[in-house]
Design a protein around this ligand. Structure first.
Ligand code: KIV
Ligand code: NA
Length: 269
């Protein structure tokens, strides 16, 4: 079982891979591919729950899927992404919500979209034995303030992002996600921090990379400009379901080999 120390030690040596997973089957495949960290992202809001953004995702939803991913993996660090308003309001509730992922669902760590309101929480969680992944740059839970546009393109914004990353490292975060920021800013933050940076839309100079699994698979209807599909699972799924429907409609399925007959039932009426 990798620990957050193992992840920290990978920084600079070999790229860290992080992939989202929302169910046990996917989690098993993610593990078989040798992924280092499985993230139960609140991206599940768009990816699997049918919402337009991540804001409606609940603690129960993340908890249930964190349990599934933890059951589907042995050897992968499992990180639960804390949903909108599950943290940052008051410390007690925040700690309870985060603690539940570790204590009840089998997560090894939590991820929290970072701001000044999460510094104290990051410190408290780290003290309590709940490792924290920070997340700066584009933070989709702030969509109503920022939209989904790239962040940190001007020096003032860039310094603010770098400051938040540093504050969270100081507070005890063991890694920091950098989302949708210029590659040259991500490179400077990676240089500045001791903890690993994990980029998404943040160039190649980060210590690791993360993508939403639906985007990797080619399952998403819409993908952000920085994502890349490495398969065409959407087409595969559609064609399998199409073929099933056609086979039923044509009387080709089920065939004899999919059925069985009990002799005693032949003359029932
Ligand atoms: O919810 C999510 O999947 C994320 C990653 C894209 C970093 O936050
Ligand atoms: Na997220």
């Amino acid at each position: 079982m990798p620990t957050v120390q193992d992840i920290r030690q990978m920084a600079g040596d070999e790229p860290i891979t992080m992939v989202t997973a929302y169910d046990a089957v996917t989690a098993t495949l993610v593990e078989e591919a040798g992924v280092d960290i499985a993230l139960i992202g609140d991206s599940m809001g768009n990816a699997v729950l049918g919402y337009d953004d991540t804001l409606p995702v609940t603690v129960d939803e993340v908890a249930s899927r964190t349990g599934a991913v933890a059951r589907g993996t042995d050897d992968t660090l499992v990180v639960a992404d804390m949903p909108f308003l599950s943290f940052g309001t008051d410390l007690q509730t925040s700690v309870e919500n985060c603690g539940r992922m570790v204590k009840e669902e089998g997560a090894n760590a939590v991820k929290i979209e970072s701001g000044d309101h999460t510094i104290e929480l990051t410190e408290r969680l780290s003290d309590l034995g709940i490792p924290v992944v920070a997340h700066v740059g584009l933070t989709p839970q702030s969509v109503n303030q920022t939209g989904y546009t790239r962040q940190g393109s001007d020096p003032e914004q860039a310094r603010e992002i770098a400051r938040l990353a540093r504050e969270h490292e100081k507070a005890g975060a063991f890694a920091c996600i950098l989302e949708h920021i210029p590659a040259n800013l991500a490179a400077q933050i990676t240089d500045d921090l001791d903890i690993p940076t994990i980029g998404i839309g943040a160039g190649s100079e980060c210590d690791g990379q993360v993508l939403v699994v639906n985007d990797i698979l080619g399952l998403s209807e819409r993908t952000p400009p920085f994502a890349k599909a490495f398969g065409n699972v959407r087409e595969e799924m559609r064609s399998a379901i199409d073929d099933y429907v056609t086979a039923v409609e044509d009387g080709q399925f089920p065939a004899e080999e999919h059925s069985h007959v009990a002799e005693e039932l032949d003359e029932l009426y």
